[in-house]
Design a protein around this ligand. Structure first.
Ligand code: CTP
Length: 295
C-alpha cells in the first residue's frame, strides 16, 4: 500500500465534532488510464462521501484480460492516481472484480463507482457482490471525457475540442442581455459548457491564499494530457522551497496550437486547468487572459 500524506489522514472529529466517531473509509477502484478530470472528479466525489479514500488500481495484465491493453503502464497509472489530491492511499494491483474480501481487507465501509456499469470479459458486473451486500455507492460520471475520447481526439486530428474563448465571452454577453438571444436559443435553457466548467473549477480549486512566509513560484505551460512528466516536474518545483505556493499559468488553446501545430492541445484550456488543479502539488492555476478564471 502506498500512502499519501498531503490530504490528511482521517480525523474522527472532522465532520460532527465528536471524537468518538469512527472515520468512514471509502474504496474506489479502476484502470485510471490516461488519467483525466473525469477520474479526478469521481475521486473527489468519493472522498466527500467519507473521511479516508483508498484507490485500488488494476494491473496491465488484468486490464488487458477484461478490456484491452491500457495506454499507460501500471507504474505510471499508480503514480498518477497517487498525485490526485483527494486520494489518501493507493493499492497497486487491485483485483478487477470488487469483492467484500477486498473491502474488509482495507477496512473500507463501501466502494464508490461512477454511474456506468463495468463488466468482466465474460459479461459479469464487477460490483455485483458489493452491490448485493449494500456496500456500493454511486457518484455521477463526468460527461464529455473518457480515455477513448482522448485517444479519438489524437487520431482524428480535428480541432473541434479546442475551447473557443470568444464563444464563452459570447455566452457572457447573452447572460448580460437577458431576453436578447441573437442566435435564437436561450442561454438559460440550454446546457452551458461555460457554466459547467466554471462550477467544476470552483469544486477542484483549493481556494488557498498564499500565507506569510510562502515562497511564490510561477510556472507556465500547456499541461496538455496531464501525465507523469508533469507530476515529476511539479514535485521538483514543490521541493524548491520550504513553504512553496505554486501558481501555474496555462496557455490558451490557440497559443499552444501556434507553437505545437497539428491539433494540439488535445485537451482544451478548461480541461487542462482541471487536470492541474486536481494535482496535489499545484495550488492555483491562472492564465494571463482568464478574466473569468480563478487566479
Ligand atoms: N469515471 C467517471 N467519469 C468519467 C470516466 C470515468 O466518473 N468520465 C469513473 C468511472 O465510473 C470509475 C472510475 O472513474 O468509477 C475509474 O474508471 P476506469 O476504471 O478508469 O474506466 P472507465 O470508466 O472506462 O474510464 P474511461 O472511460 O475514461 O476509460
Amino acid at each position: 500500500m502506498l500512502r499519501n500524506g498531503a490530504v490528511g489522514a482521517a480525523s474522527p472529529s472532522k465532520k460532527n465534532g465528536s471524537a468518538a466517531r469512527r472515520p468512514v473509509r471509502v474504496w474506489c477502484d479502476g484502470c485510471y488510464d490516461m488519467v483525466h478530470y473525469g477520474h479526478s472528479n469521481q475521486l473527489r466525489q468519493a472522498r466527500a462521501m467519507g473521511d479516508y479514500l483508498i484507490v485500488g488500481v488494476h494491473t496491465d495484465e488484468e486490464i488487458s484480460k477484461h478490456k484491452g491493453p491500457p495506454v499507460f503502464t501500471e507504474e505510471e497509472r499508480y503514480k498518477m492516481v497517487k498525485a490526485i489530491k483527494w486520494v489518501d492511499e493507493i493499492v497497486p494491483g487491485a483485483p478487477y472484480v470488487t469483492t467484500l474480501e477486498t473491502l474488509d481487507k482495507y477496512n473500507c465501509d463501501f466502494c464508490v463507482h461512477g454511474d456506468d456499469i463495468t463488466l468482466t470479459a465474460d459479461g459479469k458486473d464487477t460490483y455485483e457482490e458489493v452491490k448485493n451486500a449494500g456496500r456500493y455507492r454511486e457518484c455521477k460520471r463526468t460527461q464529455g471525457v473518457s480515455t477513448t475520447d482522448l485517444v479519438g481526439r489524437m487520431l482524428l486530428m480535428t480541432k473541434a475540442h479546442h475551447s473557443n474563448i470568444a464563444e464563452d465571452m459570447d455566452y457572457r454577453t447573452h447572460a448580460d442581455n437577458l431576453g436578447k438571444c441573437p442566435r435564437g436559443h436561450s442561454p438559460w435553457t440550454g446546457v452551458s459548457q461555460f457554466l459547467q466548467t466554471s462550477q467544476k473549477i470552483i469544486q477542484f480549486a483549493s481556494g488557498k491564499e498564499p500565507q506569510p512566509g510562502d515562497t511564490i513560484i510561477y510556472v507556465a505551460g500547456a499541461f496538455d494530457l496531464f501525465h507523469v512528466g508533469h507530476v515529476d516536474f511539479l514535485e521538483k518545483v514543490h521541493q524548491m522551497a520550504k513553504q512553496p505556493y505554486i501558481i501555474a499559468g496555462l496557455h490558451f488553446d490557440q497559443e499552444v496550437n501556434l507553437y505545437k501545430g497539428k491539433n494540439y492541445p488535445i485537451m482544451n484550456v478548461h480541461e487542462r486547468t482541471l487536470s492541474v488543479l486536481a494535482c496535489r502539488v499545484s495550488i492555483c492555476p491562472e492564465s494571463s487572459c482568464y478574466d473569468w478564471g480563478i487566479a
